[in-house]
Design a protein around this ligand. Structure first.
Ligand code: MN
Length: 250
């Protein structure tokens, strides 16, 4: 392994929602944690990207979270404007859980626009939310962002094994967090996905590890859970994850 190789991979974290945002950025860099810092609205992207611009290991993504689609719909213009400044997009997607079904119309409109803009631009990497909308998200990706035009990571995927197989067929990767690995159903789902398509994520601060919000460095616990599931040791698991990330980025 060359010395520039990362140690951990946290490819979905809301770093800007931590009170100690700047010190976590420094820690990711010091510990060489390949981190995808997702954002929830285009208006916060410039500040976040500014904070990470000299960092090798933190990649800032331009996002418009589906739960904010209604309130932030006017920011689609900013999304379009800023897209040229980053290779990474997220958090975007659809959310059909209770409380958000009434905004599905605007969510769908924005998600389709995001996929179309990314297809035109080419070479983008997207972190996608698909809560209670797995099938539609996979279908939209298959239709609007084929794998030669961009790459998609399904974040915290909770669809069926059949849907996971369809997502693999359209080229998706999956970022897996500790909560997914805590249930039998989640572990079976992850085990049904080819290991070459798996990455890890913290989804901090929304997921907790013990009594604190999960930070990028806590992903080591998720690596250990994955290692157990794959019946591999932690080092082999880390190398797999690193290789998968290199494939995604290549
Ligand atoms: Mn998230």
């Amino acid at each position: 392994m060359d010395s520039d190789f990362c140690t951990l991979v946290d490819f979905h974290c809301h770093l800007d929602l931590f009170p100690d945002h700047v010190s976590i950025l420094e820690e990711c860099e010091r510990m060489k944690i390949e981190t995808l810092a997702v954002t929830n609205a285009p208006s916060v992207f410039p500040r976040n990207q500014g904070l990470s611009k000299n960092l090798r290991y933190v990649h800032t993504a331009l996002g418009l979270h589906p739960q904010l689609a209604f309130e932030r719909q006017s920011e689609v213009k900013l999304f379009e404007e800023y897209l040229v400044h980053t290779r990474f997009v997220g958090e975007v997607g659809l959310d059909a859980s209770a409380g958000y079904t009434q905004t599905l119309g605007i969510q769908r409109q924005i998600f389709q626009q995001v996929l179309n803009l990314c297809a035109i631009a080419g070479g983008k990497i997207l972190s996608v939310h698909s809560r209670r909308s797995s099938q539609e998200v996979i279908d939209q990706i298959g239709n609007l962002l084929p794998s030669d035009k961009g790459r998609v990571i399904l974040h915290w995927f909770t669809g069926t094994k059949t849907q996971a197989r369809q997502a693999v067929q359209v080229g998706c990767f999956f970022s897996v967090n500790r909560r997914m690995l805590e249930s039998t159903q989640g572990r079976e789902l992850v085990l049904s996905i080819p290991f070459e398509r798996i990455l890890t994520e913290s989804d901090g601060p929304f997921i907790r590890t013990g009594n604190h919000p999960t930070k990028p460095r806590d992903v080591m616990g998720t690596v250990e859970m994955l290692a157990k599931l794959w019946e591999a040791d932690a080092v082999t698991t880390l190398i797999r994850l690193q290789n998968n990330l290199q494939t995604l980025l290549s």
